[in-house]
Design a protein around this ligand. Structure first.
Ligand SMILES: Nc1ncnc2c1ncn2[C@@H]1O[C@H](COP(=O)(O)OP(=O)(O)O)[C@@H](O)[C@H]1O
Ligand SMILES: [Mg+2]
Length: 730
């Protein structure tokens, strides 16, 4: 065995030529290897881009990653020792140079391992830089492993690093999932396999760490291609939901009841215009959810609760209108509103004997205010009676508030809703929504402006394909839905939920995805709020094909469409999810189309092969300058290889992801032309079967006429939006 100095000399490959805080240039020795390095004890390709070299310093070694390699013509060969021979004529000589990224420090850990070898510890950051002329060394196998296998809580093995002696790459799940992960790469580069693998390896590691219990883990996969059910059904017993239940894949009916939708989602779906339709739609939802339409068979408690909600909602609304002075500035509108409240109250008196006196007093107070301010005159020109209300005094309105207060006082007091009441997921009879909107519009004399709105709602409800999804007959409760999708105590009903969105009609896919993602986020928000110690429930949500669901949108547009609403939900999750234990994993082949807000909130990246310039550019923007050299590898990565960088990884590493066995891979449906052409794989055909199945469906789907009717309305809608916005106050 040679002396330490001699040993380190044998690893030398060059000397430093240039030093700056983010770049170190090295001139390679003439005798340094040019394809395979043998001096480190194991044959290893050298020099290779992105591989590591060491520069001895006070703390141990500075670790540099090779960013580029080049050859320069030099007049003088730099020969050492006895090789110097100044008697020869010097010819121009190729000189190899390379540039390094200083990435960290490898210190001697002091202790020795079982075989008596030195042990090392790697940390990010460099505090002492080398000077010109210092030696540069290739790391030994052990040093390389110490670099890649650094970091704490290395709990889950995800692959090996081909550039670092096949060291195992392990991650800390708290870091990987806790601050959102983006898996980016071209189609076929291995994203879906990596995502499926990350989940499977995580669950496997959790089981090994705690063999007597199933992991209390929650993964929810939003799967627009329908590829993940295959990967998780057999192994993890995943809960799978799809538009059409399927015995073969074991999927159950996906249900996203319409009463889950909040007002922004309704507005986006119905394309309600800002000035006229939105306020009416919001009010209709508020009133219906506030129990205006309590069902006749409700129990006394439910009836009382619905009355309490209704009165609370009116009180809050009226107080807000006093505050904004709308009782004076939009007096007629306020008058019609009060009139409709009075009609409701009068209808309720008979249903609530015990509260008859208070409700009567309330009705009288409203009546008094209306009588006081009501005016009408006969317009001789138009031959019409014009009716309107003059501005209401505060005293009149306060009397109404006191009457509301008094009635509420007898049934438990006001209920404050967090956020607008119309956004609360309270079950209601969806059939009544369009009628109720028509009713409100009629009272406000703006029926002509809601025609399209109610038409669109009615068309959707009449589409019987959608009935099961929207919670037709066998309605789910909110808690049952949460149990099914987020999992039970100790995740006893399964750790993985796959939501197969593949057969979803195009007009519903964004809105449904937005509703599901938002419901999960809000449920976790509320879980934490209710938890005694304010602890969150760790959950991972995976969004495949993220570029079509988390797509850049124009912020200045007034009426946001469903796709923008969907993106906004994910932006919110990206910004706030961490607080509530919700980690996002998004997978996409078009990073340049993704919302920049979401991308910039992702703290870890798993980058597969990316060829497209614009996409590479987008990725470059996310990465600190001194790591950009690493990304030059991106266009040439083989499939199943990826660069892991960011919060989850102590240093950026090239990973060869672990193999995912065929049966656990997501279904990748590349058509196999050749094998079918050449008869290697059979394909039976029975078009009759296909036709029958298709036509059976069609009785439920809209007829051709209905479809063309819809598209005509689609056109009129736009004119309608531009026409009506200015006409009606509100
Ligand atoms: N970790 C892996 N284990 C096994 N095979 C893989 C792995 N990663 C990629 N592959 C192979 O590459 C193919 C494409 O991968 P896939 O995940 O479908 O790509 P993407 O989702 O990026 O389009 C897969 O069908 C599989 O054969
Ligand atoms: Mg894929």
């Amino acid at each position: 065995m040679s002396s330490p100095m001699g040993f380190s000399e044998s690893l030398r490959i060059g000397a430093i030529d240039f030093v700056s805080p983010d770049e170190i240039k090295v001139v390679l020795d003439i005798e340094a290897p040019d394809s395979v390095a043998l001096n480190a004890g194991h044959p290893r390709p050298f020099p290779r881009l992105n591989s590591y070299v060491l520069i001895p310093n006070d703390d141990g070694y500075l670790v540099g990653q090779i960013e580029w390699l080049t050859v320069e013509r030099s007049n003088y060969p730099k020969r050492k020792g006895t090789q110097q021979d100044f008697g020869l004529i010097d010819l121009p000589f190729p000189l190899r140079k390379m540039s390094l990224n200083p990435i960290g420090t490898l210190a001697n850990a002091g202790a020795r391992d079982k075989e008596g070898n030195d042990t090392y510890r790697f940390r990010r950051g460099v505090d002492s830089f080398p000077s010109i002329g210092d030696s540069v060394l290739v790391p030994t196998q052990r040093q390389l492993k110490a670099i890649v296998e650094s970091g704490e809580n290395r709990r889950i093995k995800i692959g090996t690093s081909p550039l670092a002696a096949d060291a195992t790459v392990m991650i800390d799940p708290d870091r990987l999932f806790g601050r959102h992960l983006a898996v980016l790469g071209n189609t076929g580069s291995g994203k879906s396999c990596s995502v499926a693998g990350l989940i499977q390896w995580s669950l496997q590691a959790a089981r090994e760490a705690h063999p007597d219990k199933t992991p209390n883990a929650r993964f929810i996969i939003l799967d627009p291609n329908g590829e993940y059910s295959k990967a998780f059904k057999a192994t993890e017993g995943a809960k799978i939901f799809s538009i059409e239940p399927n015995a073969v894949t074991g999927s159950a009916q996906l249900q996203v009841p319409l009463w889950f939708w909040n007002s922004a989602e309704w507005c986006a779906f119905t394309q309600a215009s800002g000035r006229t339709q939105r306020p009416i739609l919001r009010r209709a939802l508020r009133e219906i959810k506030a129990g205006r339409t309590s069902k006749p068979n409700d129990s006394p408690e439910e009836k009382q609760l619905s009355l309490r909600r209704y009165l609370s909602s009116q009180l809050i609304t009226i107080r807000a209108l006093i505050e904004t002075n709308a009782i004076k500035t939009e007096e007629s509108k306020f008058g019609y509103y009060l009139k409709s409240v009075k009609e409701d109250i009068d209808g309720k008196i008979a249903l609530h004997d015990d509260l008859a006196a208070e409700l009567n007093a309330l009705s009288n107070a409203i009546n008094e205010a209306l009588v006081e301010t009501f005016k009408s005159f006969f317009n001789k020109v138009t031959q019409e009676t014009v009716e309107f209300y003059r501005s209401f005094t505060e005293a009149l309105v306060m009397t109404i508030c006191s009457a509301l207060d008094a009635a509420l006082g007898k049934i438990g007091g006001i209920i404050y809703q967090e956020g607008p009441e119309e956004d609360c997921p309270i079950a209601f009879n969806i059939e009544t929504l369009a009628d109720h909107i028509d009713g409100i519009a009629a009272k406000e004399k703006s029926s002509q402006f809601v025609d399209f709105l109610t038409m669109r709602i009615r068309t959707m409800l009449s589409d019987s394909r959608m009935k099961p999804l929207m919670g037709g007959t066998n309605e789910v409760t909110l808690d049952a839905w949460l149990t099914n999708h987020l999992g039970d105590i100790q995740a006893s009903n399964g750790t993985v939920t796959v939501i197969d969105l593949s057969l979803m009609p195009a007009e519903l896919i964004h809105i449904t995805t937005a509703v599901i993602a938002r419901m999960i986020f809000e449920a976790l928000q509320r879980y934490r709020k209710m938890h005694a110690e304010r602890k969150s429930l760790p959950t991972v949500m995976v969004m495949e094909e993220a570029h079509s669901f988390i797509k850049r949108y124009k912020e200045e547009v007034e009426n946001q469409d469903a796709s923008a609403i969907c993106c906004q939900v994910f932006e919110k999750i990206a910004r706030e999810g961490r607080k509530f234990g919700l980690g996002l994993v998004l997978s996409s082949q078009r990073p340049s189309e993704l919302s920049p807000t979401v991308l910039s909130q992702c703290n870890s990246f798993l980058l597969h092969r990316i060829n497209n310039d614009r996409d590479q550019e987008q990725v470059h923007k996310l990465i600190p300058d001194n790591l950009k050299g690493l990304l030059r590898d991106l266009p040439s990565l083989p499939s199943q290889h990826a660069i892991l960088l960011g919060w989850a990884s102590e240093l950026p590493v090239l990973v060869r992801m672990r193999d995912v066995p065929k049966e656990n891979q997501p279904q990748s449906d590349d058509p196999d032309f050749w094998d079918v052409w050449t008869g290697k794989k059979p394909r039976e055909i029975d078009w009759k079967d296909v036709a029958d199945d298709w036509q059976k469906q069609d009785t439920a789907a809209p007829t051709n006429e209905e479809v063309s009717e819809l598209s005509v309305n689609e056109d009129t809608r736009h004119t309608c939006i531009t026409d009506d916005t200015d006409d009606i106050p509100f």
